[in-house]
Design a protein around this ligand. Structure first.
Ligand code: PLP
Length: 219
């Protein structure tokens, strides 16, 4: 499946107006497709699986900024700690501590986003607002080294009900403003099907896969 460069430039111009960043989600797609988008100027790419990310990072140019957007297991942090640019889906204190520990081994400080559960589906990962507040209280009492919380990430419900999706993004933005208190600068929300709604609600970073790379095989 070829990369859709027309779509890429159209998305970029929409993001430019909104002042938002594009993370091209390349999970399951071959390195050739990533290289094609890299040639067009794209530098931020997102992956969901640790082994796949490690393999692709080794095979592709070193100035790519790799975003880990999947559910990260604590025992796998060490594999991506040397190079990962931003970890989007952090949803426990234990994971945050492990990222800090592994980052410190490489003299790094890794930027992280805390994942909020905003969708109605039960399968999606993420913190509730209460859990977020609790985590932030612990971290402010005992500051962590090796990690920096830059903001929040969330996934809206998988539904064609635009009003429902918009409401979820609106809530996430509200929580972002409330707990970030002006110190956070990254709100990661919006995918191929809902990024325009996310931008309208204040997203600063969208994660787009299938619009750029074509549909993925369902697994
Ligand atoms: C796969 C994935 C995306 C991209 O999804 P598309 O609908 O293909 O744009 C974005 N965010 C996360 C967390 C993903 O797992």
């Amino acid at each position: 499946m070829a990369v859709n460069l027309t779509q890429y430039h159209s998305i970029l111009s929409q993001l430019e107006k909104a002042g938002a960043t594009l993370v091209a989600v390349s999970k399951t797609k071959p390195v050739e497709d990533i290289a094609a988008l890299y040639e067009a100027g794209q530098r931020d790419f997102g992956e969901n699986y640790v082994q796949e990310l490690v393999d692709k990072a080794a095979a592709l140019p070193k100035d790519i900024r790799w975003h880990f957007i999947g559910h990260l297991q604590s025992n796998k942090v060490k594999y991506i700690a040397p190079f990962v640019h931003l970890v989007h889906g952090v949803d426990s204190l234990r994971l945050l501590q492990e990222i800090g520990k592994q980052a410190t081994k490489h003299n790094r400080c890794i930027d992280c986003l805390l994942q909020l559960h905003i969708a109605t589906e039960e399968t999606k990962f993420g913190l509730s607002e209460n859990e977020l507040e609790e985590l932030l209280n612990i971290v402010s009492a005992n500051p962590l080294t090796g990690v920096r919380i830059r903001g929040l990430m969330g996934m809206a419900s998988f539904t064609s009900d635009e009003q429902a999706v918009q409401t979820e993004f609106h809530q996430l933005k509200h929580i972002f403003d409330r707990y970030g208190k002006g110190n956070w600068d990254i709100l990661s929300m919006g995918m191929s099907g809902d990024y325009q709604l996310a931008l309208a609600e204040g997203s600063t970073l969208v994660r787009i896969g299938s619009l750029l790379f074509g549909e993925r095989d369902k697994n």
